[in-house]
Design a protein around this ligand. Structure first.
Ligand SMILES: [Zn+2]
Length: 62
C-alpha cells in the first residue's frame, strides 16, 4: 500500500481546506426560478416549495 513520503504541512492542509470552503460558497446557492429566493441546486425551494416548474411541497405562504 502506498504511503506519503512526507507529512502534509499545516499550511498545505489549511490552503487545501480553504479552497474547498470557497468552492462551497460559489457553487451551493442558486436562485429559485419561481420566486427568486436563494436555494440549493437540485433541491426543492424552501420558500415556495417549487421544483422543476411545479409545486412539490404544499405551502400556504406562497
Ligand atoms: Zn421559490
Amino acid at each position: 500500500m502506498a504511503l506519503p513520503k512526507r507529512k502534509t504541512s499545516k499550511r498545505k492542509l489549511r490552503v487545501r481546506r480553504a479552497i474547498h470552503a470557497t468552492k462551497i460558497d460559489y457553487a451551493a446557492v442558486h436562485k429559485c426560478s419561481q420566486c427568486g429566493a436563494p436555494k440549493r441546486p437540485h433541491r426543492i425551494c424552501p420558500s415556495c416549495g417549487y421544483y422543476n416548474g411545479r409545486q412539490v411541497l404544499s405551502s400556504k405562504t406562497a
